[in-house]
Design a protein. Structure first.
Length: 83
């Protein structure tokens, strides 16, 4: 899909308006220039720990309780002689 957008200045920085259909789920991006001059924009994902805690908000409390109970039932590893 190709969409036209506009380029403008925001203070001393040049900016590009990103249309809604290309909206990014990131606060930061990495920008590089390809050998042919094209700009490549890579969204930088949120910190993994933050994303995990945000994802946990979508689970039902019963599911979280079952996970926690499962952790209590884990048997410790046995010490064994090496071969």
């Amino acid at each position: 899909m190709t969409v036209l957008s506009r380029v403008f200045f925001n203070g001393n920085s040049q900016a590009v308006r990103i249309p809604q259909e290309f909206r990014l789920d990131a606060n930061r991006v990495q920008i590089s220039r390809a050998s042919n001059g094209d700009l490549i924009i890579h969204p930088i994902p949120k910190a993994r720990g933050t994303a995990l805690f945000e994802a946990l908000n979508y689970f039902e409390p019963d599911f979280i309780a079952a996970l926690e109970k499962g952790q209590e039932d884990i048997v410790e590893m046995q010490d064994r002689e090496s071969f």
